[in-house]
Design a protein around this ligand. Structure first.
Ligand SMILES: CC(C)(COP(=O)(O)OP(=O)(O)OC[C@H]1O[C@@H](n2cnc3c(N)ncnc32)[C@H](O)[C@@H]1OP(=O)(O)O)[C@@H](O)C(=O)NCCC(=O)NCCS
Length: 169
C-alpha cells in the first residue's frame, strides 16, 4: 500500500471513496451522504486544492484508492497552531492492514514539519475501532460532547481527542 498526498487530479476517486464511507458508516461522520452526493465533482477538486486542507490517500498496487484522511488547518492568529483530523476512512477490503495507522503517521509527520502544535478530532461514541486507532497513534480523550450528531432520529455523543505534538514523538 502506497501512502501519498492527494491532488485535484484524484478528485474522482476521492469523491467516490468518501461517499462510500459516508454511505456505509452514517454514524461515524458528521457529513451525510445525502448532502455530499449533491455536491459537484469540482467541490472535491477545490477541497483537494485548498491551502487550508491537505489530504492523504492509501493506494494499492494498481493505484486504487482505498483509504483517505485529511488535515484541516485553522487560520486565525489565535488558533493557527491547531488543526483537525477529518474524513478518516479505510475501505473494508483494506482494513486491518495498517492503512489507517500509516495515513495518520503521514498526517502527523506533515503537521510536525509545519510546526503545528496540536491536532484534534472527534469520534462517535461506540466507534471502538476508530477510537482504538487514534489511541494507538497517541491521541487522548478530553471529553464527550453529548448528542453531538443525530442520525435517523438517534442522537450520538462525540468523543473529542487531541494529540499534543510538542510532547509526543
Ligand atoms: C477505523 C478505521 C479507519 C481503521 O482503519 P484500518 O486501516 O483498519 O486500521 P489499522 O489497520 O491501521 O489499525 C490500526 C489500529 O487501529 C485499531 N483498530 C483498527 N480496526 C480495529 C477494529 N476493527 N477493532 C478494534 N481495533 C481496531 C487497532 O488498535 C489497530 O492496531 P493493531 O492492528 O496493532 O491492533 C476503519 O475501520 C474505518 O474506516 N472505519 C469506518 C469509518 C470510520 O469509523 N472512520 C473514522 C471516523 S472518526
Amino acid at each position: 500500500m502506497q501512502i501519498r498526498r492527494l491532488t485535484a487530479d484524484d478528485a474522482t476517486a476521492y469523491r467516490a471513496l468518501r461517499l462510500r464511507g459516508l454511505r456505509e458508516h452514517p454514524d461515524a461522520f458528521t457529513s451525510s451522504v445525502e448532502e455530499d452526493e449533491t455536491l459537484p465533482l469540482d467541490a472535491s477538486a477545490r477541497r483537494l486544492r485548498s491551502e487550508a486542507q491537505t489530504f492523504w490517500g492509501a493506494l494499492d498496487g494498481d493505484g486504487m484508492l482505498l483509504g483517505i484522511v485529511g488535515l484541516d488547518r485553522e487560520t486565525r492568529a489565535k488558533n493557527r497552531h491547531k488543526a483537525t483530523v477529518v474524513g478518516m476512512y479505510v475501505a473494508p477490503e483494506a482494513a486491518g492492514r495498517g492503512c489507517g495507522c500509516a495515513l495518520l503517521e503521514a498526517l502527523v509527520a506533515c503537521a510536525r514539519q509545519e510546526g503545528l502544535e496540536l491536532l484534534v478530532l472527534t469520534v462517535t461514541e461506540g466507534n471502538g475501532a476508530a477510537a482504538a486507532l487514534y489511541e494507538r497513534c497517541g491521541f487522548r480523550s478530553f471529553g464527550i460532547e453529548p448528542r453531538a450528531i443525530q442520525v435517523d432520529g438517534v442522537a450520538y455523543g462525540k468523543n473529542h481527542m487531541y494529540l499534543d505534538l510538542r510532547q509526543s514523538e
